[in-house]
Design a protein around this ligand. Structure first.
Ligand SMILES: [Zn+2]
Length: 238
């Protein structure tokens, strides 16, 4: 293999790392935001469930008050029953008693529904608190790791750039400029293996003479279609 190609393979690996590091600058903040939001959502659920439980308790107390009032009203009408003098009075009072009894039945049903709601909300509140606590712990740990990774990106980029400089000084200038041009135009990979006498990236069949030169390994060979550097894989005599 031509020495330039050996160096370009190393350079290509470094450039892929650099690209990945650049990508991580975009996706790491997104992941961090999502992890934070998950905990915030869990906290919001605790607050909302707590508020609904509070509302249900207020409603329950109101209903108890209304029930007491209705029961007192009923008792008053029943006392009045003893002292009525006319049929008209009797009919009116019986009407009041019936409607009050009906109202008491309605309030009692409402109380049962509200107490059930309070039970359900109490359980839901406990569960949401537990979930918030567990998420809080696991996500804090995750966040610490993600932020550490985020903070080390620039450092890693610098290390890769240093590594890159150490490689590029070992590559022939003209080869390097072709590499940079193809990388900008076509993206990774810039060095590809020959497959069945064709370029491994664009699949263009290469002329026999070019393949022969590639086998000799005396010069670097580029695909005559896409410009990528070609190399032979060990044992690939196809
Ligand atoms: Zn090609």
């Amino acid at each position: 293999m031509h020495p330039d190609i050996e160096q370009l393979l190393k350079l290509q690996e470094v450039d892929e790392h650099l690209l990945e590091l650049e990508r991580s600058k975009e996706y790491l903040p997104e992941i961090i935001a999502n992890v934070r939001k998950e905990v915030e959502d869990a906290a919001t659920l605790v607050t909302e469930t707590g508020q609904r439980l509070e509302d249900a308790s207020v409603k329950s107390r109101q209903l108890e008050g209304e029930l007491k009032q209705a029961q007192e009203g009923l008792a008053k009408y029943q006392t009045q029953m003893a002292s009525i003098k006319t049929n008209r009075e009797y009919d009116a009072l019986t009407g009041e008693i019936d409607s009050t009894k009906e109202r008491i039945g309605f309030i009692e049903d409402e109380i049962i529904l509200t107490l059930n709601e309070i039970d359900e909300l109490t359980t839901a509140l406990e569960e949401s608190k537990k979930r918030h606590e567990v998420l809080g712990q696991s996500n804090t740990e995750q966040l610490a790791n993600l932020e550490k990774e985020m903070n080390s990106v620039e450092e890693k980029v610098q290390a890769k750039l240093d590594e890159r400089s150490n490689i590029t000084v070992r590559v022939t200038k003209s080869t390097l400029s072709i590499y940079e041009r193809v990388r900008r135009g076509r993206g990774s990979p810039v060095v590809v293996a020959l497959k069945k006498n064709a370029c491994g990236a664009c699949f263009k069949a290469q002329p026999p003479q070019r393949i022969q030169e590639l086998r000799k390994g005396l010069t670097v060979i580029n695909c005559d279609n896409c410009g990528r550097f070609l190399m032979l894989l060990n044992g690939d005599e196809s």
